[in-house]
Design a protein around this ligand. Sequence first.
Ligand SMILES: CC(C)(COP(=O)(O)OP(=O)(O)OC[C@H]1O[C@@H](n2cnc3c(N)ncnc32)[C@H](O)[C@@H]1OP(=O)(O)O)[C@@H](O)C(=O)NCCC(=O)NCCS
Length: 174
Amino acid sequence: MVATFETKRLVAARAHPDDLDDLTRMHTDPKVMETLGGKAWTLEQTQAFLERVIDHWDRHGYGVWTLRDRETGAFAGRAGLRRKVIDGYEETELLYALMPEHWAQGLATEAAQGIVRIAFDRLMFPHLVAFTQHSNAASRRVMEKAGFAFERDFIHAGLPHVLYRMRRPSGGAG
Ligand SMILES: CC(C)(COP(=O)(O)OP(=O)(O)OC[C@H]1O[C@@H](n2cnc3c(N)ncnc32)[C@H](O)[C@@H]1OP(=O)(O)O)[C@@H](O)C(=O)NCCC(=O)NCCS
């Protein structure tokens, strides 16, 4: 199990009950939530999210990590892997969200690249998917920079989304 990892600027740790306050702050930030459903989450919704994330780790041995600035320890966001059924197929999804003060510095890409390496080199997934609303250009760009390619449009939660996929490179993610 990869409970922690580091990138150049981030330290990532398996999500833990103590992350509730930071995640609540993220899930009530209008800028973050604009592309994650459009509405702030209640405390109960974030609590349920964190319980699902912790349960996912317990069941599958991988999941969502909390991201913190390596220098300051400040909460930067969350990113990880989760099982997801998309149009009837079981997939492994890469997900990420950062606090606005950490945007536009390449940090989501840095986290995504670190997780892709873990997914292919350690967890040996044959492929990963990532998806976002059609209009979320920043997220699509992160997918592309991490090595994903556009696969198709699809409807998720009643909204137009785009599905991206990355296959495990032969010999691992490098
Ligand atoms: C999407 C998100 C994770 C990006 O985080 P980030 O750390 O700013 O991403 P990066 O800096 O690694 O890369 C962003 C890229 O998108 C580009 N970008 C940003 N806004 C853009 C826009 N409106 N149109 C086109 N490109 C845009 C940036 O220029 C950069 O690309 P570049 O390096 O080629 O210049 C962040 O905005 C976020 O957390 N949003 C809210 C939650 C969310 O939408 N999560 C994804 C859901 S699937």
